[in-house]
Design a binder for this molecule. Structure first.
Ligand code: CTP
Length: 404
């Protein structure tokens, strides 16, 4: 793989040399593009010796090679470490004053920033806005590590360890690889179920269906035949799917179990109501001033994901099953330990875990998810739009299916 390692002007530039070694030892071809400021911390000789390529910070060297166009165009991946506050600002505003920013503007593949700066700089609203803007464009910006900084201060702002940046780069390129689901039939469930109370009222939830639709689209892009079992959604189903519209959890169960019988994979992205009103009133429940407040008794809905796993195992189908979970950590365990427990209980092959709370989860277009696999691989962290999360899940599912 052709990697551009952009190096910003911070003291952590020396750690980029270790990152460069990790990339070259893994067999990648790395060209280092430092900023002028970076060259004051670590000189060109170090980068040239370690990478085997000549090094320049400006667009005016080797003009015949048109490096300012070529490097970004040809790169399979661009990693910027350390990314200073200045570099993030210049990248966010699309500046092109040196070779590295030109290269970033020409990038076609994934881009990963590993920030390093003082805590105040990282937390400054200007930097936060630049990071949010870059992320909204699909760029991956890692969270800096916490700890001792260059001066007497400490806090978030340290460059993540080279091994962590390397792992993030690996995950990013795996997610960006075109997934292969040609000849596969994939059933995706999406949206939120609605459980009727009477002819006009229902119990619902806030699922928009966006993630499920993004998954259906990603599976189509990967060449699959896609069935979309859609409960209530705020967004339209993508063109090209076989659409099966349902209302309640029980309808979704029936449609999904039927579709699963001849599917290679099932992705359970729907928000299924865990409970439904035990009795459906045939007529509208009236408010009567003299009557007591009405009480709705709930009955538990079946767990469709568990039923899918049980049916697959009973029939010995070679089928991949993906579940979703919304988790929060508490004093008894962190998100990861709860998610591992759920993966075990549900028995699915992949579990996509959304960390909810703070500013994450519902209603946002940016997602932070962990993809856990029963085959025991390391959890894969994906940060990005719902489309990027969907592409990563589909790529991972394709690999699981290939291994079945
Ligand atoms: N699911 C299902 N049938 C249900 C409820 C949920 O198939 N009756 C599926 C969802 O589509 C999702 C996963 O199971 O893939 C979510 O599991 P769930 O146990 O509901 O987890 P959480 O929503 O995270 O909630 P909790 O922690 O309360 O169990």
């Amino acid at each position: 793989m052709r990697i551009i390692l952009g190096v910003g002007g911070g003291i952590a530039a020396y750690k980029a040399a270790l990152l460069l070694r990790l990339f070259t030892e893994a067999g990648h071809d790395v060209t280092v593009v430092p900023t002028e400021a970076a060259l004051r911390f670590v000189g060109a000789a170090t980068w040239e010796a370690l990478s085997g390529h000549s090094v320049s910070a400006t667009v005016f060297d080797d003009l015949d090679k048109v490096n300012h166009v070529r490097l970004g165009h040809e790169a399979d991946l661009i990693v910027v470490a350390p990314a200073t506050a200045d570099l993030l600002a210049r990248a966010a505003t699309g500046q092109a004053g040196d070779l590295l920013t030109n290269t970033l503007l020409m990038a076609r593949g994934p881009v990963l920033f590993a920030p390093a700066m003082h805590t105040e700089m990282w937390q400054h609203p200007a930097t936060a806005a630049n990071v949010a803007l870059l992320r909204s464009r699909g760029v991956t910006v890692l969270e800096p590590a916490s700890g001792r900084l260059t001066g007497p201060d400490s806090g978030p702002g340290r460059l993540p360890e080279p091994e962590d940046i390397f792992a993030a780069a690996q995950a990013l390129t795996a997610a960006a690889e075109p997934a292969k689901l040609a000849w596969r039939t994939v059933t995706v469930t999406a949206g939120g179920t609605r459980e009727p109370i009477d002819p006009v009222r229902f119990l619902g939830n806030r699922s928009s269906g966006k993630q499920g639709v993004a998954l259906a689209r990603a599976a189509l892009d990967a060449g699959a035949r896609v069935r979309l079992v859609a409960a209530h959604m705020d967004v339209p189903a993508p063109a090209g799917v076989e659409l099966i519209s349902v209302g309640t959890a029980l309808e979704l169960r029936e449609a999904t179990l039927a579709a699963a019988r001849d599917s290679d994979a099932v992705i359970m992205a729907a928000a299924v109501a865990d409970f439904r009103p035990a009795e459906l009133s045939a007529t509208k429940i009236k408010k009567r001033d003299d009557a007591a407040d009405p009480v709705i008794t709930l009955a538990r809905n079946p767990d469709i994901l568990q039923e899918l796993v049980a049916a697959r195992n009973a029939e010995g189908r070679r089928q991949g099953i993906v579940g979703f979970a919304a988790e929060t950590g508490d004093e008894r365990g962190d998100v990861l330990s709860y998610a591992r427990g759920k993966l075990e209980r549900k028995g699915c092959d992949l579990l996509v875990v959304n960390e909810v709370g703070h500013d994450k989860g519902f209603g946002t277009d940016l997602n932070d998810v962990l993809i856990l696999s029963r085959s025991g691989d390391e959890p894969q962290a994906v940060h990005g739009s719902k489309a990027e999360v969907a592409a990563a899940v589909v790529a991972r599912l394709a690999r699981e299916l290939d291994a079945l």
